[in-house]
Design a protein around this ligand. Structure first.
Ligand SMILES: Cc1cc2nc3c(=O)[nH]c(=O)nc-3n(C[C@H](O)[C@H](O)[C@H](O)COP(=O)(O)O)c2cc1C
Length: 336
């Protein structure tokens, strides 16, 4: 009820303004008695994944809290884990505004944010100043002006900076809004890229006396043959988890709707079916050798369960959270 009214208010503004307002509100109310507006006591649904214990399997997907500013608030809502980022080595503005669009009829969103980020140093300060109890994933990316041939350098740089603050690290090579980024998902490029990340992980794990698992985030626009190839390389390079999926360039399910022609990645209900099918495909190919985190279009307890039944150990929400608020998290966790 409370979120329905809040949504009426928020949806009067452009998506980016509404988002900025929400971040300000959450930051301001955190650690005060006013957090009762969103604080929820949820039942424990413990799960183990990548060697980490989660209080429940439902996480906040990357991109909501790009700069790690509201971790306490999401912790108070009861998320089992929060993935902050994508963070880039240096600060960058991202794409020109407007760059987020609501597809109300489809419960979808198109975004072309382009990795707006305060940069990894400021980001790490934000994390250090946060107090929270849930698992923290840190999602890393590359700067726009780093040539794609040198992309690995940006990821290795961010890995070093965030390693000691993360419970797991996500490697985002599937955003459609950074030129050529998705080319890292294929063949020899991917193999070399993953092996350099794995080397760095071994090095950092020795230096810090702590093993931080790596998760690769992939696109829903890969076909089944490409999923099979990615799976082989995940196994070969001993990557701990795969996150399926990011946003999609496919518009077949939203054609003709307002904003459907905007450039960017589509998320929300229109990608639900494809991302669940990718989870199924990964489950078959990976044979338990790499964990799966399912994300894409989850907007109910049923769609959450589908991802888990198809082989995901954990799930994440983004667009569903925009449309339904913290009550969606409650509904899923209570009914698991
Ligand atoms: C406005 C917006 C910004 C996003 N930013 C990021 C990001 O920075 N990094 C990332 O890995 N995914 C990002 N995503 C993708 C989400 O994490 C998620 O993978 C995708 O939206 C599918 O989930 P959903 O259908 O529940 O929204 C973003 C999504 C949206 C809508």
């Amino acid at each position: 009820m409370f979120y329905r009214i809040t949504r009426l208010f928020l949806f009067k503004f452009s998506p980016e303004r509404a988002h900025a307002f929400t971040i300000k509100f959450l930051k301001f109310f955190s650690r005060t008695w006013l957090d009762f507006f969103y604080r929820q006591e949820l039942p424990n649904r413990p799960v183990e994944c990548m060697g980490i214990n989660f209080r429940n399997p439902v996480g906040l997907a990357a991109g909501w809290d790009k700069n790690g500013e509201c971790i306490e608030a999401f912790d108070a809502m009861g998320f089992g884990f929060i993935e902050v980022g994508t963070v880039t080595p240096r600060p960058q503005f991202g794409s020109e505004k407007p760059r987020i669009f609501r597809l109300l009829k489809a419960n979808g969103i198109i975004n072309r944010m382009g990795f707006n980020s305060v940069g990894v140093d400021h980001f790490v300060e934000n994390i250090k100043n946060s107090k929270f109890n849930c698992v923290l994933g840190i999602n890393i990316g590359k700067n726009k002006d780093t040539p794609i041939e040198e992309a690995a350098k940006d990821y290795l740089f961010c890995m070093e900076k965030v390693y000691e603050h993360a419970d797991y690290i996500t490697i985002n090579i599937s955003s459609p809004n950074t030129a050529n980024l998705c080319s890292l998902q294929y063949g020899e490029n991917l193999d070399q890229f993953l092996s350099s990340l794995k080397l760095k992980q071994n090095e950092l794990s020795e230096a810090h006396g702590k093993y931080v698992p790596l998760a690769l985030k992939i696109s829903p626009d890969l076909n089944n043959e490409q999923i099979a190839q990615v799976s082989q390389l995940l196994i070969k390079n001993n990557i701990d988890a795969v996150i399926a999926t990011n946003t999609s360039l496919d518009r077949s399910l939203v054609r003709g709707m307002k904003h459907s022609n905007e450039a960017g990645g589509l998320s929300g209900r229109p990608i639900q079916y494809r991302s669940t099918d990718i989870v199924r495909c990964l489950h078959k190919e990976l044979d338990g050798k790499c964990q799966i985190i399912g994300v894409g279009g989850i907007d109910s307890c049923v769609s959450a369960r589908e991802k888990l039944i198809m082989g995901a150990s954990l799930i994440q929400i983004y667009s569903g959270f925009v449309y339904h608020g913290p009550k969606l998290l409650r509904e899923i966790v209570e009914n698991l």
